[in-house]
Design a protein around this ligand. Sequence first.
Ligand SMILES: Cc1cc2nc3c(=O)[nH]c(=O)nc-3n(C[C@H](O)[C@H](O)[C@H](O)COP(=O)(O)OP(=O)(O)OC[C@H]3O[C@@H](n4cnc5c(N)ncnc54)[C@H](O)[C@@H]3O)c2cc1C
Length: 311
Amino acid sequence: MLNLEELRQAVRGEAQLNYNLAKFSSFRIGGNADIFIAPKDKDDVLNAVRFFEKLRLPYVVLGRGSNVLVSDKGVRGAVISLRENLERVEIKDCGDEARVYVEAGADLPALAVETLKKGYGGLENLSGIPGSVGGAILMNAGAYGKEIFELIEWVEVIRNGEVKILKRDEIAYRYRGTDLQNDVILSCELRLKKLSPEEQAKAMENRKAWMEKRRNTQPLSLPNAGSIFKNPPPDENGNPRYAGALIEACGLKGRRIGGAEISDKHANFIVNAQNATARDVLALIELARTEVKKKFGVQLELEIKLLGEFD
Ligand SMILES: Cc1cc2nc3c(=O)[nH]c(=O)nc-3n(C[C@H](O)[C@H](O)[C@H](O)COP(=O)(O)OP(=O)(O)OC[C@H]3O[C@@H](n4cnc5c(N)ncnc54)[C@H](O)[C@@H]3O)c2cc1C
């Protein structure tokens, strides 16, 4: 059994029992975590992991919650939140490039803007991806032809209770996935290119255009978790296929179940239109999967992560 006082003594940072997670997910959906802890720094993350492992309590890490659907029944065991802590960033100029040390809780869009303003390029394509650097690494987040792993030098993780540094070539990564699923990501080093003033101006212009594109094509005024499904592999002729286009072709844009809706702006987004539950979102996920399979023979794979107890 967990004793909250013991946890508070072992780990610095906010610790709570039966803590509601809805405000920690961009969907604004979800029940309670049995245990919630927001460790103060990297040492405290390790202390928390060791504490929970000793008690054989399951735990999961939450970044900024922009790619998760939290169950209505909540999460059994502990949620380790890296939001608002572990945000250290150190930018080291190394001639024609910068080495950027970033802790996992740092905000990716803010980092992209900060580095670009300082004249370092590489993150501008990713600057509209909400969430933490740790979440982006776990998901190998990407946009507009670039993935975060292209910039990674090494990643610091907790694996089997020990802190390890993994070089990029020691990590398997792919489209929206990595083999870090059982690790806790603590920090990383990114390599960014030093830009000439002309390149910097161009990168800033590109960033602005990509942000504008997002505002025009994504339902950003309602709570959501980004793309629900990964894009399927190209068809037999090598043509790209998009989950959103397949769902739209099934006539599902605007379809509503409970308070959740398949966005009529972008069919690969489900929005929390009015007090949606995780159950509503799951029902739409199942509907989209069934209809796309029936019409196109394509099995859609989830991009978002389900957190907690689902039947
Ligand atoms: C409007 C919108 C637009 C989006 N656009 C894009 C896009 O263009 N491209 C794209 O790739 N994604 C996109 N996303 C999805 C999301 O922003 C990314 O996946 C993001 O990188 C997730 O980061 P996070 O901190 O929010 O992760 P979370 O949602 O908190 O977590 C995601 C997963 O990572 C795990 N995790 C998080 N942090 C750690 C850590 N430190 N150690 C171990 N595991 C961890 C969690 O357990 C969970 O399984 C979008 C989302 C929204 C809401």
